[in-house]
Write a protein that binds this ligand. Structure first.
Ligand code: FE2
Ligand code: FE2
Length: 185
């Protein structure tokens, strides 16, 4: 059995992340202080922190991007630097949601609006980010990376000693994403 190409793995993770972004968009559009979906946001934050960021962005930042840099793709002023800045911006949006969650759960209209703003910023940014990776950076990666690079990435992505990116983590968050998506439908 051949392993899935690392870029295909990352793209399949994008599809899971997009599903949860759509679920969050639907919840965010309809929520009021009286109907604030606190449990949804608890779970969505868990998903975005530990899967979109902890699992997926980790694989990009610690494996794919350094590999592309070693093959001559510049960080500063190029697509990698732009992607890294967007990962940082995403973390600040998630922190904004987290900081307002308890007050929003308690019915504060101001906190609910803050959650809505941070969630919308996150959704808009991450959709564009994913599109840029799929159509620019990942396309570039397929073109530039040679077979030994691909094999090294495959080994890094399936390293059982790295607790952030185990198969169990993927399975856990894939099921959570499916639940969050169905609940929001
Ligand atoms: Fe990314
Ligand atoms: Fe990505």
């Amino acid at each position: 059995m051949t392993a899935t190409h690392p870029v295909d793995q990352l793209m399949s993770e994008h599809r899971i992340i997009e599903n949860v972004l759509s679920a969050m968009e639907a919840r965010t559009a309809e929520m009021t202080p009286a109907t604030f979906p606190a449990v949804f946001f608890d779970q969505a934050l868990d998903f975005f922190r530990n899967f979109a960021d902890g699992y997926h962005h980790y694989k990009e930042e610690d494996a794919l991007f350094p590999m592309l840099k070693s093959r001559g793709v510049p960080e500063e002023g190029g697509p990698i630097g732009c992607m890294l800045k967007e990962h940082v911006f995403g973390r600040s949006c998630l922190a904004g949601i987290r900081e307002n969650l308890e007050a929003a759960r308690g019915g504060s209209a101001e906190a609910v609006e803050a959650v809505r703003r941070f969630a919308n910023d996150y959704i808009g940014m991450l959709r564009q980010h994913i599109m840029k990776e799929d159509t620019v950076l990942f396309r570039m990666a397929r073109h530039i990376l040679e077979q030994p690079d691909v094999e090294k990435l495959e080994r890094q992505f399936s390293n059982p000693d790295n607790p952030r990116i185990t198969a169990e983590v993927r399975q856990k968050y894939e099921s959570l994403a499916a639940r969050l998506t169905v609940d929001a439908a």
